[in-house]
Design a protein around this ligand. Sequence first.
Ligand SMILES: Cc1ncc(COP(=O)(O)O)c(C=O)c1O
Length: 391
Amino acid sequence: MLSDRINRVKPSATLEITAKAKALRAQGREIINFGAGEPDFDTPEHIKEALRKALDEGFIYYTPAAGIPELREAVAEKLERENKISYDPEGEVVITPGAKMALYAAIMALVNPGDEVVIPSPWWVSYVPMVQLADGKPVFVPTYEEDEFRLLSDAVAEKVTRKTKLLILNSPNNPTGAVLSREDLKGIAEVCEDHDIFIISDEIYEYIIYDDAEHVSIASLGNMKERVVTVNGLSKAYSMTGWRVGYAAGPREVIKAMTRLQAHSVSNVTSFVQKAAVAALRGPSDEVERMVKAFDERRRYIVSELRSIPGVSCVMPRGAFYAFANFSAYEKDSFKLANYLLEEAGVAVVPGAAFGEEGEGYIRLSYATSMENIKAGMERIREAMERYPRA
Ligand SMILES: Cc1ncc(COP(=O)(O)O)c(C=O)c1O
C-alpha cells in the first residue's frame, strides 16, 4: 500500500530507547534524561509578549508563503550584521516551520533521483531520511575523535564523484559538538567550487559556542554565496523548539523553488509566531548569553566527569549542548550500552549508532538539563560502569 519512497525511511532509531524510558517512568522509576535535543529554558518574555500582542491584534490570517516581509527583513539584517552575508529579503529569504522544513525544502528543491549527497558522519538523524525522500543517495564522509570530529576537506574530496550534487554541513555539530574553523571551511569551499557542488549549511547551533570558537558561515567566504543555502532557526537560540520557526537564505532560484514547495504543502509559518520571531531577532540577546553561560558550566563538568571514568574518552565539545563520549572500551554496541544505562542506572542517553556507523561505540549526552540532574546522572553512570566488564 505504501510508497517505495516512504518505505525507504526508517523510524527514528532512538524511538525504542525513548519508549522504554517512558515505560520505566510509568512504573514509577525515576529516570534522568540526557536525551533531550532542546534547551531547558523558557522562551524570553519579550518574545512571548510579541506573540500575545499579535494575537490580540487579530494577526491570525494566512501570510505570504515565504513569510511576512517584516520577518524576512529581520532575517536579512541579522545575516548581514552577524554572518556577513547580504541577502535580498524579497526573493532570497524564506521563513519555514523550523530549520527542519528549510532543510527538507532545500533538499527537495536540489536533489534529483540518483544524485549523491555527501553527509559528514556521525550525522544528525534527519539528513539521511530527507535525502532518501528526495530519491538521492547519501554518501558518508567519516569524521574522527582524533580530529575533534572536524570535517576535513581531503576526506570530502575523496568522496566526490560525477554524481555528487550536494554537501550538507552542520557546524556547530549535533551530535559531536565540533565547530569548523574558518580555515576548515575555506578548504571545504575550495573542494565544492572545484567540483561544482552545492552546500546546505545547517547553522542552527551558531550561538551556542564556547571558549575561543568562532562561528563562520560558509556563504560569507569568497564567491560561495551562489552555491550555499544557509539554514538557521530560532529553536535553539531562543529556546523556541515548539514554536516551529526557522529560515533559509540562498540563491534566488533555489529560494523560489523552496517557497513553491512550502506554498503547496504547509502554506506558511503560523502568522502570530512570525511576529514574535521579529521580536526575537531584533530584541536583546542577554538571555541567549545567559543560557550559553549555563551550558558552558555544565559542559565542563560533564566532560570532566566522563573523562574520569576509566577507559572513557570525550572530546571537549566546542559548540551545541552535547557530549559525545567514547565508551568502546566497555561496549562496542551503543544500543546495548544505552539499554544497560537505562535499565541499570535509570539514565537515558542516545546511542551513538543512531547517528550512523561512525557513532558506534559512543553515546550522546545532552547537557541541556539542570546541573543537579547532571551530577546525579553522572554518579549513576559511574557506578553502573564500575559493574560493567571491560571489553
Ligand atoms: C542539527 C540540527 N538541525 C536542525 C534541527 C531542527 O531544528 P528546528 O527545531 O529549527 O526544526 C535540529 C534539532 O534538533 C538539529 O539538531
